[in-house]
Design a binder for this molecule. Sequence first.
Ligand code: ARG
Length: 425
Amino acid sequence: MKSLWISVALFLSFVQAVAAQERTVILAGRLVDVETGRVLENQAIEIAGGKITAVGPRGDTPADAAVIDLSAMTVLPGLMDAHVHLTSNADEHGYNALKVSAADRAISGVVNAKRTLMAGFTTVRNVGSGGGFPDVALRNAIAAGKVPGPRILAAGPSLGITGGHCDVNLLPPEYDHTSDGVADGPWEVRRLVRRNVKYGADVIKFCGTGGVLSKGTKIGAQQFTEEEMRALVDEAHALGLKVAVHAHGTRGIKTALRAGVDSVEHASLIDDEGIRLAKKTGAYLSMDIYVSDYILAEGEAAGILEESLAKERAVGARQRASFARAHEAGVKIAFGSDAGVYPHGDNARQFAYMTAHGMTPMEAIRAATRDTADLFGIADRAGSIGAGKYADIIAVAGDPLGDIRVLEDVCFVMKGGTVYKDCRR
Ligand code: ARG
């Protein structure tokens, strides 16, 4: 009897193994090869076990393979966004944010993760989630297949100084509120890095200058001393995590670069010395150059404070000019959009801003695939369509090299070999 059960179990695991190995072939009319920067015609992508097993000119399809015919479309690697807040919503700004609990955020995260995936973004970095680690829970639920969403690199709560951009400064002192990631002094900063790692963070995010949407902070003011930043980066790197700094102001950007950060978020007022430093250290800039238009058009209704709108009016255009300068100088640029400030799923709107400020469409697509994968430290697994990579594949009806805005309307989304969207069905 026992041996019968063993053979049944063996047979079932054999069936599962065969099912996992089942082959799918995608026929791609045009395929954007972000490694070579070329567009290849009439390609076939073979997929098994959630990964790409072969890519090449279309030939005879193996008889046992399921065929997905995208020969009328342009096929690209899944897009990536290095700066999202999946657990925040675009109508929760200013004092509206105080109504939102950690449990609310977790539920919003489930909704927003699906929207993000359906927009063609198959990997994102969640750079700050408030307390309670809802982004870690979301990442785990998606990875376990419980809810649909992109692969997530989660930061947990962002670190920052008392009263800084990563604190919440909306309440009077008698409420005595301090946000989860607030730390002052190098050892306290190290302790919070360790705490974020303990609860599952993949990356450390901190605020190195004031910001637009925080009350009472100055964009140009550095937050944390160089000593604190060095301690933070040293601790994170020692534990094997990369570091992303929120920094708009010229001085804070440069201090953070000297401290060894891996990416500068916003980078609005970066000067020539900052550009040189970024080139020297190899840090990426992750510049959210679409969101300004959303903030200025919709922000007031969404609860954004007048002082924040004033800051945005001062910084938005300068950030776009900085983007053009940094790109021209050859600084590495990732795709980071700050989704959550504006509605999730609209991430691809930023592409048109990137091409309007100096990138070719191919450069913008590479920024959102190969280059962001490099920043994430996953370029060996993701970011392009090649043998051995995750089967994270999208398709659009038009030609994104001619009109980048067709990426705002993604028709087909596959992640890890599973089809999540096919607009033709
Ligand atoms: N979260 C950012 C901040 O509050 C948003 C900045 C948006 N503005 C911009 N020009 N990128 O600072």
